[in-house]
Design a binder for this molecule. Sequence first.
Ligand SMILES: Cc1cc2nc3c(=O)[nH]c(=O)nc-3n(C[C@H](O)[C@H](O)[C@H](O)COP(=O)(O)O)c2cc1C
Length: 123
Amino acid sequence: YSDADLDWRDDSSRVTRERDDQSLRDIVLSQVTPDAFEEYETVFVGYPVWWQMAAWPVNRFVRDNDFVRKTVIPFCTSTSSSMGSTRQTLEQLAGSGEWLDGQRFGENPQDGMVEDWVESLNI
Ligand SMILES: Cc1cc2nc3c(=O)[nH]c(=O)nc-3n(C[C@H](O)[C@H](O)[C@H](O)COP(=O)(O)O)c2cc1C
């Protein structure tokens, strides 16, 4: 997504068109399943919040991978919105995995905040 694609103030930008037409939100990924995905026990799923939704490019990753026996830890960034229902929506889309509550960060979190959070998880 270019800066123009992400211009939420522009009625004809890519994100605005995708917001208004759900059929445009099924975004093809260059790689759906990371290499050696079956070897991972914990998966972090990070995304920005777009109009109170998880940015939809993450949907195929969540929908098309198998999270059975994995712990899934969602986290998001936003200007002001909370995680809201984004976590539950992604968990339903995935249909598998042990989804933790996750964490919301502001737009530009400092490294220390992220590190403190990761350490608090005791993984
Ligand atoms: C299309 C679009 C919609 C957005 N909607 C929201 C929103 O509903 N609530 C909010 O707090 N921030 C919203 N934002 C701000 C983004 O969440 C924020 O810019 C993003 O988390 C920053 O991460 P990034 O640099 O990885 O994009 C929106 C941004 C864009 C581009």
